[in-house]
Design a protein around this ligand. Structure first.
Ligand SMILES: Nc1ncnc2c1ncn2[C@@H]1O[C@H](COP(=O)(O)OP(=O)(O)OP(=O)(O)O)[C@@H](O)[C@H]1O
Ligand SMILES: O=C(O)c1ccc[n+]([C@@H]2O[C@H](COP(=O)([O-])O)[C@@H](O)[C@H]2O)c1
Length: 226
């Protein structure tokens, strides 16, 4: 397993795009899952998503994009980025071997917070990489509230990994309905990185019920790791 993450973000001294060193080590033609998250803290549900995507989409890499701040979440609940990076690294290190997991502070370096901006920056920097956006099914249910969500679906294929508690909401999600024409059966998920967007699939992998909210609550109640 390889982690590409070099130190603190460099100071901006000109246009970000040219100056930015992303440290991702991506090569043309690679199939790369982009897995954004708060990771506040990271847990084995995240490793489950990354492993499921690696295997089912036959990816070369999964990049864990540690968000500076989810724009739809309360910043007061967020641990500092360094803590969440460390937590994501620890969870990624426990994920199954195989193609590399990369834990990255790209969004902090690129000064992006909205996913649509992050994905535009990454596709501009790596035009020959086959990216797929990865997320849990709870996020599919609320995806229509994300900034530029239809643009995201047109930028790259999307793989949704089933999460307990969101099955019904995700099946009836406005985003799923509007892009029903672009849905790819899970049995053909391996094709996803090669398809033109819009294209998306829902992977009904074995479910994992871990959540950061539950871990934070357990830590508060003096039961860390519960
Ligand atoms: N157990 C899980 N199964 C499937 N997807 C998950 C699971 N846990 C997290 N995810 C997905 O991982 C991504 C990052 O999630 P995030 O870091 O917000 O963790 P979380 O457990 O959802 O946190 P919180 O409880 O604070 O909202 C999201 O796309 C989320 O849907
Ligand atoms: O761009 C948006 O509108 C947007 C709204 C909500 C969540 N996101 C992204 O979705 C990813 C998962 O968020 P979270 O907090 O559920 O881990 C993370 O990369 C967030 O930046 C993005």
């Amino acid at each position: 397993m390889t982690f590409f993450h070099a130190g603190p973000a460099p100071r901006a001294s000109g246009p970000r795009r040219g100056a930015l060193r992303d440290g991702l080590g991506l090569q043309p033609g690679m199939k790369v899952g982009l897995f954004g998250g708060s990771f506040n803290p990271a847990h084995d549900g995240h490793a489950h998503v990354a492993e499921t995507a690696l295997r089912r989409l036959d990816l070369d890499r999964v990049v864990w994009l540690v968000s500076p701040q989810n724009p739809l979440k309360d910043a007061r609940d967020s641990a500092p980025l360094a803590e969440r990076m460390a937590s994501a690294r620890a969870a990624a290190a426990k994920a199954a071997a195989g193609p590399s997991m990369i834990v990255s502070d790209f969004e902090t370096r690129a000064d992006t917070q909205w996913t649509v901006d992050t994905l535009r920056a990454l596709t501009a920097r790596h035009p020959a990489v086959r990216f797929v956006w990865l997320m849990g099914s709870d996020n599919l249910a609320s995806f229509h509230r994300w900034r530029g969500w239809t643009d995201i679906l047109r930028l790259m294929p999307v793989a949704v990994i089933a999460r307990p508690g969101s099955e019904l909401d995700s099946r009836t999600a406005p985003a799923a309905a509007r892009f029903a024409f672009a849905r790819v059966p899970a049995a053909r998920a391996r094709l996803l990185p090669h398809l033109e967007a819009p294209a998306w699939t829902l992977l009904n992998a074995p479910l994992n019920s871990r959540s950061s909210t539950a871990l934070r609550a357990a830590a508060k109640a003096g039961r860390p790791g519960a």
